[in-house]
Design a protein around this ligand. Structure first.
Ligand code: SF4
Length: 255
């Protein structure tokens, strides 16, 4: 996104600065309108949108998001019923038999590192947060295995607080829609925070992630079967023929 800083403008005359700001305002207004249109169309396309990880408590979602690194939600959901039945509190994760956790979560990959993170997460929650999952991004990112992406998932899904979850899908789609040129997730998040209304952060993240999983794939997006194509500057990156594109549509998100 075009962002003109005070520093970059000091080289120009007052008149040039005014024109540059005017251009920036027009670009922002256009991008905001595009976001609104895309958001509404995706709401219609995916009326059942939700987090695809199964959970009932913040602790369960925290554990599931740690397991979802380098894995798929389907695979994570296949192991969490047993995991959550055996470990119900932060204290139980803290005092777990590491080998038992490793056995249960093995199908999600990187099972040794993830088991260590789950146990350390339980210990930290007990030592620093009274066994509860904290409700701020600043506190969440201090937990083992929890990065900014996981923290934003927690804010939005577990606590109903606004959060933009920049995963691989959201980053790709934000670039395709021209909302950012950045690849660093923190910078993408910053650009989207300027553009998207705060009340829509969580749902917009979910909708775009769903769209990325089902239609706007990294390779061969289904442009000819995309209901937001009219607002997409990247239309044509994938097949535009409706019959060809329809075959690329996936019905359930996999990862
Ligand atoms: S038109 Fe193509 S690139 Fe644009 S959002 Fe749709 S599938 Fe993705």
């Amino acid at each position: 996104m075009l962002i003109l800083t005070h520093h970059s403008l000091t080289r120009y005359t007052a008149g040039q600065q005014e024109s540059a700001y005017a251009v920036q305002m027009v670009v922002m207004a256009t991008q905001k309108r595009r976001f609104r249109a895309v958001f509404r169309a995706l709401e219609e396309q995916y009326p059942d949108v939700k987090c695809e990880l199964d959970f009932t408590t913040p602790l369960q979602l925290l554990a599931a998001t740690i397991l979802s690194a380098q894995s798929t939600d389907v695979r994570v959901n296949s192991v969490t019923p047993e995991l959550f039945a055996r470990y119900r509190t932060a204290a139980e994760f803290a005092g777990a038999d590491r080998a038992d956790i490793e056995r249960i979560i093995y199908p999600t990959g990187f099972f040794r590192a993830k088991a260590a993170s789950l146990q350390a997460m339980g210990q930290q929650l007990c030592e620093r947060f009274g066994g509860e999952v904290p409700m701020t991004l600043a506190e969440l990112v201090t937990l083992p295995g929890v990065g900014r992406k996981t923290a934003n998932v927690m804010l939005g899904e577990a606590f109903g607080l606004p959060g933009i979850t920049v995963d691989t899908h959201l980053g790709r789609l934000a670039r395709r829609f021209g909302w950012t040129t950045n690849t660093d997730p923190v910078k993408v998040e910053r650009d989207l925070m300027i553009l998207w209304p705060k009340k829509d952060w969580t749902k917009a993240s979910q909708l775009l992630i769903w769209h990325g999983r089902r239609r706007c794939h990294a390779i061969r997006p289904a442009c000819g079967a995309c209901n937001v194509a009219q607002w997409c500057p990247s239309y044509g990156e994938g097949p535009t023929d409706p019959a060809v594109a329809a075959k690329l549509v996936r019905t359930a998100g996999r990862g």
